[in-house]
Design a protein around this ligand. Structure first.
Ligand code: NAD
Length: 246
């Protein structure tokens, strides 16, 4: 498969390493720090699929430009999902395929499923105070992380006592019906997420820790193989539906 890398930072480079190992060809690298920084049929150089890991402010324009160029796309950038409808309209209008995920690690996707099961069970135990903690490297610009938002949406869906989630503690203390997310941005860590259940007598924690970026890159390259030639907007759940049957 011929791949274009849109965004050639930490993730773009990790994706390149994995893609080359798997026998794919990288035909374009597009990034403002390189000579090639615009998305066009010419700069995409015949790519079958583009893999986009850039910054939240650039993602939607990049998705639109890639759809216009007729190239299927995998989007790993986080922090732009409030504009998903706009991006999806461009992709559907062009008849291309897009797979987006806030976290391409297959382990994280197993973790999300475990969190849903834990929340279903914890729903019966109202004395457990459920919360999320996430930590990432200090260069990450968005917070809470896209994965923490996905986790929060799952927990709010499954816990009758939580009506919404928030990343900000209000003056006067937490509201019981709100699920809180605490974020840390420190050092060079690849990323960790914890679902905490704080009980009166004990504490239960479900934790996922990424040790390297390679896991995300592997998932993104697998997503590129899967989305090539498809039309429409997909998430990693669509791709993994056959892997995780419950
Ligand atoms: P990074 O800062 O190392 O790289 C981002 C790159 O994007 C930079 O090289 C920058 O010059 C480039 N860029 C900026 N604007 C651009 C534009 N308009 N067109 C093309 N390139 C542009 O960041 P990173 O660690 O590679 O992460 C990138 C994004 O991916 C972030 O949003 C991060 O949260 C997300 N991320 C997602 C996953 C996942 O599994 N989905 C995993 C890790 C990181």
């Amino acid at each position: 498969m011929k791949l274009a890398l849109v965004g050639y930072g930490k993730m773009g480079r990790a994706v390149e390493t994995v893609a080359l190992e798997k026998g794919h060809e990288v035909v374009a690298r597009i990034d403002p720090t390189l000579d090639t920084h615009d998305i066009s049929a010419e700069t995409l150089a015949g790519a079958d699929v583009a893999i986009e890991f850039t910054v939240p402010d650039a993602a939607v324009d990049n998705i639109k430009a890639l759809a216009t160029a007729g190239v299927d796309t995998v989007v790993g950038t986080t922090g732009w999902h409030d504009r998903l409808d706009e991006a999806a309209a461009a992709v559907n209008g062009a008849g291309t395929g897009m797979l987006h995920a806030a976290n391409f690690s297959l382990g994280v996707n197993l973790f999300l499923r475990l969190a849903r099961m834990a929340a279903k069970m914890a729903d019966a135990l109202s004395e457990y105070d459920v919360h999320i903690r996430e930590a990432h490297h200090r260069h990450k610009v968005d917070h809470p992380s896209g994965t923490a938002i996905t986790l929060a949406d799952i927990l709010v869906e499954e816990l009758a006592r939580k009506e919404s989630w928030s990343a900000t503690l209000p003056e006067g203390g937490p509201h019981p019906q709100v699920l809180y997310i605490a974020s840390e941005r420190v050092g060079e860590t690849a990323g960790s997420h914890v679902v905490g259940l704080e009980g009166p007598d004990d504490r239960i924690e479900l934790r996922h820790e990424a040790r390297t970026r390679v896991g995300f890159a592997r998932g993104a390259v697998a997503a590129a193989e899967w989305v090539q030639g498809k039309s429409g907007v997909f998430t990693l759940d669509d791709m993994l539906a056959e892997t995780f049957t419950s």
